[in-house]
Every structure is written in C-alpha cells, then in structure tokens.
Design a protein around this ligand. Structure first.
Ligand code: SF4
Length: 335
C-alpha cells in the first residue's frame, strides 16, 4: 500500500480508513426522520450493486488503506443475499461492523459470529413501545427489544443509536442512560440532522448541551464520568459511575467533528459520497461496469472533499433547506 500517494488522503491530510456501505434503500421500518413520508422511488435492481460488485469495490478501498467497513441501509439485513455479502466481505482484512434496526437480527447472529462481526449498532429511538410505533410506523418494539437482549447474550458489543427530537423523546434521555446500568451497551444520542425530505429544523433538534443538561439534572455530577474518545470518534463518551454501559453524544450540528473525519460512504447504487452532507457524488458502479479503473474516480472524489459538512460549514448554511434538498434522503445514504 503506497501511503504517500494514497488515494484516500484528502487535501486536509485526513486519511480515510473507514468505508460505510449501504446495501439497500429498502427497509422494514418507516422512521419519520429517515424515510420521507411519501416514500422514495426505489431504484430497479439492475441499478444496485450486486454482491460481487460490492466485494470488488470494497477490496479496492481496502487495498488503499480502509481498515473498517460498516454495512448500512435502509436496513441491510432485508437484502436477500445479506449472508453472502457478509461471507465475501469477511475474507477482506478489515473490521466488519453493521448498523441495523434489529427487527430480523435473530436470523443473523450465527453468521455475525462466523464472519467475525463484533460491533453491532442498533437504531432505537424510544424505550416506549407506543412511541416506537409512532416514529417507525411499525409495531416491532418487542421484537427489537428481544433481539437487543439476544445480541447482548451472544456477547456482541452493542451500541444503541438514538436520534433525539424535541417533543418526542428528549424526555427519555435519563431512562436510556439508566438502561446502561444493568446492560453493557453504549447509548449514543444523535443530534437530528437535515436531509432531503425529513422536515428538519433547528427547533426540533436536541443539542449536545441539552443532553448534558438532562444528564446533570438526572444524575449527581460527580457520578458522571467523561471517558476518553477514540481517535476519529464521532461521539463524546461518558458513563455513570458503577454502570455496566456508557452513553455518548454525536453532535454534528452543534459540535461537528470533521477535523478528524476518516469516513467515506458508498451508496447502494455504487455512488461514492466523500461526506455525509455532501450532495456531490461519484459513480463508481458505472465506471466498474464499463471495465474502467475506479481508482482515479475515488482519488478525485477524495481530493474534492470539503473541510466541513460538505461545505455547510456554518449553522446558517446548515439551516438552508435548498442545500438539504440537493442531498439524498437519509435512507438512501445509510447514515
Ligand atoms: S460531516 Fe462530513 S466531513 Fe464532517 S465528519 Fe461527517 S462525513 Fe466527515
């Protein structure tokens, strides 16, 4: 691997070692902040990467320094060949991880073990079955909760991704943290972010500061421990003294972490996004299908990466809906 000319290092010196691959735009939930209310036009299957193409593109990134691959969606496990994709990618020298809504995870725990997946992020925005139904538009809370317990029992490192929204679940912050008392999980509170079709506005967002206010109201300050964040970490990590688990805040709106960004994203239709918020994309799949090298396309995309939030480097720009609409909806990016 030739680090000096590494095609995954951008003009700010950030080395991109983490590739997030969206396997599908389909999902078995309908979360209001992710999937536009009136749905999305699903791409024909022929427009989506097949498992060989996923493997070939992933291998190219690994050859240039990617050490971690996370599978996302939509919901990655609704893909009929999900087991095959896990098997293929597990042959690469990378840390393989997955983000799932856990509705069908019970069918995959043995495959996860077999293919060396250790960390599983589960999207869960409420511990209240009725609220879960309200936000996901599906009545699967008990199934998801049971599957989270199953993952813990199997010894997986479980992180719960919780998107906070004012007037919906900010009153559950303390309960989510109390959940980490007896369960070795990390609850990650995510600031609500603007994407096409999710009706975002700043007033709906629960900020890092808001979360810490709830924490300090719910727990005596001397029991709230600030943990060391890992390099390239997107979250600020804490734990309550004596609790098995921990909690964290992902604050890309109020405290962005772009300086240490090491992430690139591949959409289900094989487009490379150099940033979650960037509307610009590079079509790797067509290049691959044309029998051409994808490396120059990857290099160019990384060289064009902007310093912060795809150019939305101020809150004013982030608040501009025209910029959100240029980007995709969250369900077709995969977070
Ligand atoms: S907003 Fe873009 S640059 Fe910033 S951390 Fe996220 S992906 Fe990286």
């Amino acid at each position: 691997m030739n680090r000096t000319k590494n095609i995954l290092t951008d003009t700010f010196g950030r080395e991109h070692t983490y590739l997030r691959i969206s396997l599908t735009e389909r999902c078995n939930l309908r979360c209001t902040y992710c999937r536009p209310a009136d749905g999305i036009p699903l791409l024909p299957k022929s427009h989506l990467m097949n498992f060989e193409e996923i493997y070939t593109i992933a291998k190219t990134f690994v050859n240039h320094g990617v050490t971690k691959i996370r599978l996302t969606g939509g919901e990655p496990l609704v893909r009929k060949d999900a087991h095959l994709i896990l098997e293929k990618l597990a042959t690469l020298p990378v840390e393989l991880a997955i983000t799932t809504n856990a509705v069908t995870v019970d069918r995959f725990v043995d495959s996860f073990k077999k293919y060396g997946i250790e960390t599983i992020n589960v999207s869960l925005d409420s511990l209240d079955p009725e609220k879960f139904k309200q936000i996901t538009r599906r009545d699967y809370f008990r199934k998801v909760y049971a599957n989270i317990m199953l993952l813990i029992d199997y010894g997986f490192k479980v992180k719960l991704n919780t998107v906070l929204m004012k007037g919906f679940n900010e009153d559950e912050i303390v309960n989510f943290i109390k959940f980490t008392k007896g369960h070795p999980v990390t609850v990650r509170f995510i600031e609500f972010m603007p994407f096409d079709g999710n009706k975002w506005n700043l007033e709906k967002m629960v900020s890092y500061k808001d979360v810490m206010t709830s924490v300090n109201n719910g727990f005596s300050e001397n029991r709230v421990i600030r943990l060391q964040d890992a390099p390239n970490d997107t979250s600020k990590n804490y734990k309550i003294e004596g609790y098995l688990g921990s909690f964290a805040i992902i604050s890309s709106v109020t405290n962005p972490f772009c300086d240490t960004c090491n992430r690139l994203r591949l959409t289900a239709d094989g487009h490379l996004k150099n940033c979650l918020f960037s509307a610009a994309e590079s079509d790797l799949l067509t290049t691959l299908r044309d029998g051409k090298s994808i490396e120059p396309v990857i290099r160019k995309a990384v060289q064009l990466k902007l310093k912060m939030r795809g150019g939305m480097n101020t809150l004013e720009k982030l608040k501009n809906p025209e910029l959100h609409e240029k980007n995709r909806s969250m369900i077709t990016i995969g977070g």
